[in-house]
Design a protein around this ligand. Sequence first.
Ligand SMILES: NC(=O)c1ccc[n+]([C@@H]2O[C@H](COP(=O)([O-])OP(=O)(O)OC[C@H]3O[C@@H](n4cnc5c(N)ncnc54)[C@H](OP(=O)(O)O)[C@@H]3O)[C@@H](O)[C@H]2O)c1
Length: 310
Amino acid sequence: MCCRVRFGKSGLSVSPICYGSWQLSPRYWGELPAEQFKKAIHRAFDVGVNFFDTADAYGDGLSEQVLGEALADLPREEIVVATKVYWHFYPDGRRHPDLSADYIIRECEQSLKRLKMDYVDIYLLHAYDPLTPLEETTEALEKLYRAGKIRYYGASNFTVEQMRYACKLGNYVALQPRYSLIDREIEKDLLPYCAIEDIGVFVFSPLYHGLLTGKYQGTETFEDFRKNLPRFQGEKFKQITDAVRGLKPIADKYQMSLVQLILAATLAHPAVHCAIVGIKNASQIEEAAGAMGKSIEREDYFAIRNALNV
Ligand SMILES: NC(=O)c1ccc[n+]([C@@H]2O[C@H](COP(=O)([O-])OP(=O)(O)OC[C@H]3O[C@@H](n4cnc5c(N)ncnc54)[C@H](OP(=O)(O)O)[C@@H]3O)[C@@H](O)[C@H]2O)c1
């Protein structure tokens, strides 16, 4: 049942499906019962998932806190936890970017407290802060590394130039970019760069926030942040959802669900180590985990990509 990949030069052994916990951000996704979320985390571990992604800013600390409570029941040395820093948030809901050294050092401590952990495995810069020299930020990360608070560090939402710059300054071993079969921009330069540098890549939004699951008809309306996304509206929404459901014969051929087919095809790119799937309940992670270790023939892989070129 346990499927593991080597996460680039970090050498960490991780499940190709990573548990995404942004869903515990009420401002984006609405309220989600914490108990349901904790059950899903335990189920994730039972079905072979050992990799968990969060961020201090998800729910302004809520995601880290609930994840920490659930993970406390699991063997620490068998799980890999990634969290992020960047959004300086305040109790009244204000937030702004901040990768200054002082803030990172302070905020890492807060993340550890919420996670109830002595260290995080991977600490990520959530995005690029144009106001702070990356030299200062990297020194802070090195300090946390030397203090044993973080085992590895990396970045998210960086361009290839930002990543190149980062790798000159420090030992950045992980990247978390946006990537899905309808969002393949990074294939041009970021993924080749990461492959050459042996950087561990875990992509976010592989199901495009649920759009690629096959469960939508293209007529639904949303109460959460998706109500403002162009691809969840009008003709585009219908075209994409039709295209996904049109992949059913290929999914059937591999005895996979559409969710599993999309995830297996996302993971087929050689530079992508893991796909982070945003999870709301135990059955979603159970289904996603079923994509691990599955391969797709070349002809079908390109047929899937072509079908989603809408
Ligand atoms: N670094 C960053 O800037 C960044 C940004 C975004 C996300 N992330 C990370 O990446 C994770 C995933 O991204 P994401 O949440 O945007 O997108 P996603 O994984 O593409 O989509 C998640 C959504 O798909 C639906 N879903 C998931 N599994 C399903 C299943 N088996 N069957 C049916 N529906 C299913 C759920 O929505 P419904 O049930 O409501 O349809 C869920 O909320 C996040 O949780 C977070 O950890 C990082």
